[in-house]
Ligand binder design. Structure first.
Ligand SMILES: [Cu+2]
Length: 316
């Protein structure tokens, strides 16, 4: 997503993370856009449904206690009804999360009371089809107390969302049963950041040796869990659901249920360049697209994983 689209999609989002934040109201407006999207590094296009024109949708980042003032805009050029289900919200499924038709908008508010990382997704019928076609995104709710010994400040941060890819034209009934799945999307593309397994891949994630690299990992698959493992590394810390209170140390593989999310830190050896492959260790998913390469070297791109640039994409 370029800067102009981001500005259109998000208004008033604060990407800063003040140590002692005052609760504020954050306006978030996301249009639903049904469009063809490039779903692999070779440039293959497929008809997808999106929040904001990208998979995943725009990253929403607020601080615990903030009021999110949300507007869903189902463009009149769309054909489908859609809805928004923020997993960070405690509201009424029939009211706030209700479906709207093309040409309609819907506003609702919620208070982001729990810190962590949460998926948002469309809940319109058939929900499995709407999610599988790409209608999901991420909201990070930073803890109101800021960073701490238990939740230290990272050097870089990345968002990784793993989704399904079904053959074009697969029926909603088949999608629900996982029939017709032929690939795994990482931030919207098969092998998005894996030049090892895909010669067309031009991107990898990057960090400097010894940096604390934080991953906000979201499982947007409709049926499959993810066994998230950093090959040649150990998760230094994992916070289940991203909540600083849910801390685990020295984890090898972390299980992430469908529609769940975790925050994980990785620290590479500081005295030499190394590489990691972040995989879904369920091999059927790894080898159909769910591998991400992290390059740890002194010349790491300073713009990757810094200053709000958490979802890495090719420049438009
Ligand atoms: Cu939808």
């Amino acid at each position: 997503m370029n800067l102009k689209n981001l500005t259109i999609a998000l208004t008033g989002i604060a990407f800063l993370f003040p140590a002692a934040a005052f609760a504020k109201t954050v306006n978030v407006k996301i249009p639903v856009i049904e469009k063809k999207l490039i779903i692999d590094n070779a440039g293959t296009e497929q008809e997808m449904w999106t929040f904001g024109g990208t998979i995943p949708g725009p990253l929403v980042r607020v601080t615990q206690g903030d009021i999110v003032n949300f507007t869903l805009d189902n463009l009149k050029t769309n054909k489908q009804s859609h809805s928004m289900d923020f997993h960070a919200a405690v509201v009424d499924v029939l009211d706030e999360f209700g479906t709207i038709n093309p040409g309609q908008t819907k506003d609702f508010q919620f208070s982001a009371d729990y810190p962590g990382v949460f998926i948002y997704h469309c809940g319109a019928e058939a929900m499995s089809e709407h999610i599988a076609r790409g209608m999901y995104g991420v909201i990070i709710v930073d803890p109101k107390e800021g960073y701490s010994e238990a939740y230290p400040k990272p050097d870089r941060e990345y968002v990784i969302v793993q989704g399904d890819l079904f053959k074009e034209g697969t029926s909603p009934q088949d999608i629900t049963k996982n029939i017709g799945k032929y690939g795994n999307l990482i931030n919207g593309k098969v092998f998005h950041y894996d030049p090892v397994h895909d010669q067309n891949a031009s991107l990898a994630l990057e960090a400097k040796p010894g940096e604390r690299v934080r991953f906000y990992f979201v499982n947007a698959q409709i049926n499959d869990s993810v066994a998230f493992h950093p090959i040649a590394g150990i998760w230094d810390r994992v916070w289940d659901n991203g909540n600083p209170k849910n801390i685990s140390h020295g984890m090898q593989t972390y299980s992430v249920a469908p529609a769940h999310a975790v925050t994980l830190d990785l620290i590479s050896p500081k005295d030499r360049p190394t590489n990691n492959a972040l995989v879904d260790h369920q091999m059927k998913n790894a080898l159909s697209g769910a591998i991400t390469i992290l390059l740890n070297h002194e010349d790491a791109n300073p713009a990757f994983g810094t200053n709000g640039n958490l979802i890495i994409r090719e420049e438009d």
